[in-house]
Design a binder for this molecule. Structure first.
Ligand SMILES: Cc1cc2nc3c(=O)[nH]c(=O)nc-3n(C[C@H](O)[C@H](O)[C@H](O)COP(=O)(O)OP(=O)(O)OC[C@H]3O[C@@H](n4cnc5c(N)ncnc54)[C@H](O)[C@@H]3O)c2cc1C
Length: 462
């Protein structure tokens, strides 16, 4: 079977969308609206914000304005890895915020625990499981990287096991990978079910959701924030901007993130024998350690999601819906899957789709206020927002209250990441950085450009 044969029947819808029943869209506002809190964006960040706001303010008029259907963007298109981290991992925290790394690491773990408790309390069934993550190495220098990672984990009391030889092959048996670091306290969710569950909880608690409602303009007055949609004006005492990779409505945020496309395949359902043939008998997720990395996980109906590697930036931060499909990346992913798992070389792929990552130069989200404290925002999750979006929501609610909490004082959130330069320099720098990241993956040597960016605390990742 050729690669193209294997992809021929694949649907271009995200697999996750097929695991949730159709729900009737919530219509746009029929007339002008006045509310206490308007939330722009109906992904994880916006919906957690609405739900947590409802807990704090039982009588408030809370409105979510979403340009598509809730979860149609990154929140319904991701891998569902639910990290015990708000800082894009331990090494990133240590490299960029050494003085607050310990706090960031603790808050990340606490956030995952609290998220699991929230799922129970709100009765959101999204196949959440503390399934663990196997970080795998494909080269000797990546094994050294895993050893360094283990040392950092041990320093902060994070459970981990370095696996080599037979012990590794019992977790994953692949000619591509040589060793792995297993971390048991890492969650996996079905993101489609999570976003649908959050939406349902919001509606059940009297949050007004308006879908297919694009906010086109935002203006501050002395008493309120005024939002324009196609047909209505929304006047809100406070506003949350949870628009992720979309062009921010607030001008000052426009250079802080760039949209980067990431792609996924999902296989046909596999048998127990097929999983045994690749040593993958547990329910853990897998992610390789390169700069251009794959991530893989099982689904509840025994498929494999295989994703990542290419991270595609389009000139001018272009975000056209047609870019959510990229045949050359799907072909490459299918070829790499066959190389990594030769016993599965002939399996078919049933789904292929892409999503947009809001990449920030520090690879973590940032937050802050504008319009005299009436507006707050959180964005820049850079491929690790499934769990961090909950933390971001709580931070934004603290900020709107003008409260000083452990969350609001974090340097990680308060300092905006270094800006991306305007075009054409932006595209040139992204392309130069990507070429050098690939070079490092091939050779184990970090080129001068990347070391220079490191020195300024600037990174590029998806
Ligand atoms: C392919 C892919 C794989 C990923 N894998 C993982 C993973 O395994 N683990 C992980 O932790 N993270 C992962 N991520 C990142 C994660 O999905 C995001 O960080 C997270 O979903 C962000 O949630 P959000 O609500 O901020 O953004 P979104 O889900 O993108 O929601 C933002 C919403 O705002 C709406 N919007 C934008 N502008 C307007 C406007 N003007 N008016 C009205 N509505 C507007 C959009 O329509 C959108 O629905 C991945 C992302 C992608 C794309």
């Amino acid at each position: 079977m050729t690669v193209l044969d294997k992809l021929a029947a694949a649907s271009s819808n995200p697999y996750w969308s097929t695991t949730v029943g159709d729900s009737t869209a919530c219509p746009p506002p029929a007339s002008d609206v006045a509310c206490d809190l308007a939330i722009i964006g109906g992904g994880f960040t916006g919906l957690w914000s609405a739900l947590k706001a409802r807990e704090r303010y039982p009588d408030a008029r809370i409105v979510v304005l979403e340009s598509g259907k809730c979860g149609h963007a990154a929140s319904g298109r991701n891998g569902g890895f639910c990290a015990p981290s708000i800082s894009h991992g331990v090494s990133n925290a240590l490299a960029r915020w050494p003085r607050e790394a310990e706090t960031l690491i603790r808050l990340g773990r606490e956030n995952l625990e609290a998220l699991a408790q929230d799922l129970d309390a709100f009765e959101i069934d999204c196949d959440f499981e503390l399934a663990g993550k196997l970080n795998v190495a494909a080269t000797p220098w990546q094994i050294n990287g895993l050893r360094a990672m283990a040392q950092n984990y041990n320093r902060f009391g994070i459970d981990n096991t370095l696996l080599e030889g037979e012990a590794f092959r019992k977790k994953l048996d692949s000619p591509t990978y040589m060793a792995g670091l297993f971390e048991p306290n890492y969650g996996l969710v079905n993101p489609g079910k999570l976003v649908a569950g959050l939406r349902k909880c919001c509606l059940a608690r009297g949050v007004a959701i308006h879908e297919y409602t694009l906010v086109t303009a935002l203006r501050a007055t002395e008493q309120a924030i005024v939002l324009r949609t196609q047909d209505a004006t929304i006047t809100a005492k406070k506003t949350i901007l949870a628009t992720n990779a979309a062009r921010p409505l607030l001008k000052r945020l426009r250079t802080a993130i760039i949209p980067v496309y990431d792609y996924s395949l999902v296989t046909e359902p596999l048998s127990e024998e097929q999983f045994t043939s690749i040593g993958w008998t547990g329910s853990h997720g897998v992610a390789d350690s390169g700069n251009q990395f794959h991530y893989a996980r099982k689904t509840a109906d025994n498929r494999v999601l295989w994703a990542g590697f290419d991270a595609i930036y389009h000139y001018g931060s272009n975000c056209d819906p047609s870019l959510l499909q990229r045949p050359e990346t799907f072909k490459l992913l299918a070829q790499q899957f066959a190389q990594s798992f030769p016993t599965l070389a002939n399996i078919r792929f049933d789904f292929k789709w892409g999503g947009i990552i809001d990449t920030s130069a520090r690879t973590t989200f940032f937050s802050g206020t504008a319009c005299k404290g009436r507006l707050t925002y959180a964005m820049g999750f850079t491929g690790q927002g499934v769990s961090a979006s909950r933390f971001a929501a709580l931070t934004m609610l603290d900020l709107l209250e003008g409260a000083h909490t452990e969350r609001t004082e974090l340097m990680m959130l308060r300092r905006r990441p270094p800006p991306f330069p305007p075009e054409p320099l932006r595209a040139v720098i992204v392309s130069m950085a990507q070429k050098r990241l690939a070079h490092e993956d091939r050779t184990g040597h970090r080129p001068l450009l990347l070391r220079t960016l490191d020195a300024f605390g600037i990174g590029f990742d998806s």
